[in-house]
Design a protein around this ligand. Structure first.
Ligand SMILES: Nc1ncnc2c1ncn2[C@@H]1O[C@H](COP(=O)(O)OP(=O)(O)OP(=O)(O)O)[C@@H](O)[C@H]1O
Length: 231
């Protein structure tokens, strides 16, 4: 198993953000995490990356306990956070060099990743000078530069224009051939275009976990399924 979650619970003060989450995600799956605002998607992603203390349960990343082996886990998971908190005073290449150094990878990888995410025309700018879509590409670049086995992408195409959306989806599809990808999105067509499996969260619980074909067999489209289970 790439990611195994057992009885995961997370609480913020008196509010449960996640309750009894159980999940097995295999290598090579592209999993779409769906749910209304506040359902717990970001909390679940942060829990998987090991950057959140848990209130119950366990998470294993390729067999490693993500609380006990937090350091090793960092080299297995590439994470694009929702609000993409980049160091905006740094230049694009400077920032990616910084990330490359943290992961002790060859700086030759920087140019490769810049090319891969389509950042070449903007690579000499300061991150603060980039448009939202290009900032998002920098976020993606830092998530994939060290070639992690697992990618966790919180709303990866948020803020991108339609052309960029297509390009980034193609990139995710390409990455998904050899990696495990977990992505959250509010765009149902994105899930239909990319994901092999859909997990629907509501009020901190998994309410549906099915292959995309199972959803498509039962509903005209995913949006209909979303309304059916969350309204
Ligand atoms: N740091 C925090 N402190 C207190 N409550 C939090 C914190 N982070 C999240 N929550 C709460 O936990 C619940 C789940 O939030 P989360 O961000 O995981 O939802 P989400 O599904 O990602 O939502 P969205 O689609 O709006 O991004 C929400 O009720 C939220 O207010």
């Amino acid at each position: 198993m790439s990611v195994k979650i057992q009885n995961l619970k997370k609480r913020y003060k008196d509010q449960w953000a996640l309750e009894d989450i159980n999940l097995d995600i295999k290598k090579g799956e592209i999993v779409g995490l769906l749910g209304p605002n506040g359902a717990g998607k970001t909390t679940m992603m942060r829990a998987i990356t090991g950057s959140l203390s848990l209130d119950g349960g366990k998470i294993w990343i390729q067999g490693l306990d993500n609380q006990e082996e937090a350091f090793k886990i960092k080299s297995l998971i590439g994470y694009l956070p929702e609000n993409n908190p980049l160091y905006t005073d740094m230049y694009v290449k400077e920032y990616l060099t910084f990330v490359a150094n943290i992961h002790r990878i060859d700086i030759k990888e920087i140019e490769k990743v810049i090319e891969k995410v389509g950042l070449s025309p903007e690579k000499r700018k300061k991150i603060s000078q980039l448009s939202k879509g290009y900032k998002q590409r920098v976020g993606l670049a830092q998530a994939i530069i060290f070639n992690p086995e697992i990618l966790i992408l919180d709303e990866p195409t948020n803020g991108l224009d339609p052309n960029q959306i297509i390009e980034i989806r193609q990139l995710i599809q390409e990455l998904g051939k050899e990696k495990t990808v977990i992505l959250s999105t509010h765009i149902m067509q994105e899930v239909e275009a990319l994901c092999s499996r859909v997990i629907l969260l509501n009020h901190g619980k998994i309410i549906q976990d099915k292959s995309i074909e199972e959803f498509q067999g039962k509903f005209t489209n995913l949006e209909e399924a979303f309304f059916e289970y969350t309204r």
